[in-house]
Ligand binder design. Structure first.
Ligand SMILES: [Zn+2]
Length: 355
């Protein structure tokens, strides 16, 4: 009887809320909380455990017109994972992709993936709170994702990766978990989340960024970096986060090369310019990045492990990125040269004189 009275009060209250937006946010928050609760139960950890990483596309995914940022609040309230603690990241996804949650415990190597069931989100808050986990989530799977463990248990890895235990998100989530567990910096993981996944391409971006910052340091507020991403690869998403070098603000110009052009200038990675917007002049470096410059330890197991293993093998080189990098050319840039390198129809590598 008391329960019924509460429900009626809730319905009356919701009727007063414009557009039910608040009710939907409450539901999203409850969803994040339920994901965290289930993970805490399945992985056996307590609120605030520093060994646990949470990854989610909440805040990017939109379910039936409802944005999902409130789910992040639900996670933080329940498991304690937060941006401030550096143990919650939000890999970028298109808004129409499923809303998912992932928790990884570095002390055991185990992870749980939970995908929201959009049908459950159409319920009232009361109905939703009463739903069992297998109706709240369309997929719940648990696996050990530590790469050293998987090296000796490739059968388990085969199930996780080949049967898509995390609905196609395996590589991205597992790679991020492994480098997070091994002490990757917050800003690197943030750039990785923007890229959607961690691959050696993003790491090459970190190496190039550190090299450029050392060679051409920013010394005053008129200066910024401009990137002629020619050819583009995964590295270029890191510069957007780390340097705020976005295409929309003319911080980056992206151009592909043909195979023949790539052969003509082996390993060319682009042109990096420290631009002074007051003086209207800058310094440019044309760089090459050679992934094979160092003989890194190789993964001998099934193909799903090779990129993750490579990601980890590259981690120590943050301190000496120059082993992979060659300066093909260094030159001064004025406004006219910069415009030439940025314009469609011009070939930036020819303008720079390296092709
Ligand atoms: Zn990539």
């Amino acid at each position: 009887m008391k329960m019924k009275y509460q429900t009626i009060t809730m319905v009356l209250l919701l009727a007063l809320v414009p557009g039910l937006a608040m009710a939907d946010n409450a539901l999203m928050e409850a969803l994040g909380g339920k994901a965290a609760q289930k993970a805490m139960q399945d992985l056996g950890f307590e609120k605030g455990d520093a060994n646990v990483l949470a990854l989610t596309d909440a805040g990017h995914a939109i379910v039936d017109g409802q944005t999902s940022q409130a789910a992040i609040k639900g996670i933080t309230n329940e498991s304690g994972n937060s941006i401030g603690d550096g143990n919650l990241f939000r890999p970028l996804r298109a808004h129409w992709k499923p809303l998912w949650f992932y928790f990884f415990d570095k002390s055991t190597g185990e992870a749980v993936y939970l995908e929201a069931n959009s049908e459950a989100l159409s319920k009232s808050l009361d109905e939703f709170l009463d739903l069992p986990d297998d109706q709240v989530f369309s997929k719940i799977s648990k696996a050990n994702v530590d790469i050293e463990y998987l090296q000796n248990h490739t059968d388990e890895g085969n199930v996780t990766f080949n049967d898509k235990a995390f609905n196609g998100n395996e590589f991205g989530l597992v790679a991020m978990s492994n480098v997070w567990a091994r002490g990757a910096s917050y800003d690197f993981l943030q750039a990785t989340a923007f890229h959607d996944h961690l691959c050696p391409g993003v790491t090459s971006g970190l190496h190039i960024a550190e090299f450029v910052e050392e060679k051409l340091p920013i010394t005053n507020s008129s200066e910024s970096y401009k990137v002629i991403a020619c050819p583009q690869w995964c590295k270029d998403d890191l510069f957007q986060m780390r340097w705020d070098a976005t295409p929309g603000k003319s911080g980056m110009f992206v151009m592909a090369l043909t195979d023949a052009e790539k052969k003509a200038v082996p390993n060319v990675a682009g042109i990096y310019i420290r631009w002074n917007d007051t003086a209207k002049e800058g310094d440019a470096l044309v760089l090459a990045y050679n992934f094979s410059a160092v003989d890194l330890p190789k993964w001998n197991g099934p193909s799903w492990g090779s990129m993750i293993y490579w990601d980890i093998a590259l981690m120590p080189y943050e301190d000496n990125p120059e082993v992979f990098i060659t300066v093909l050319k260094e030159f001064k840039v004025d406004a006219a040269t910069l415009a030439q390198m940025q314009n469609a129809g011009m070939h930036p590598l020819k303008v720079a004189g390296v092709m």
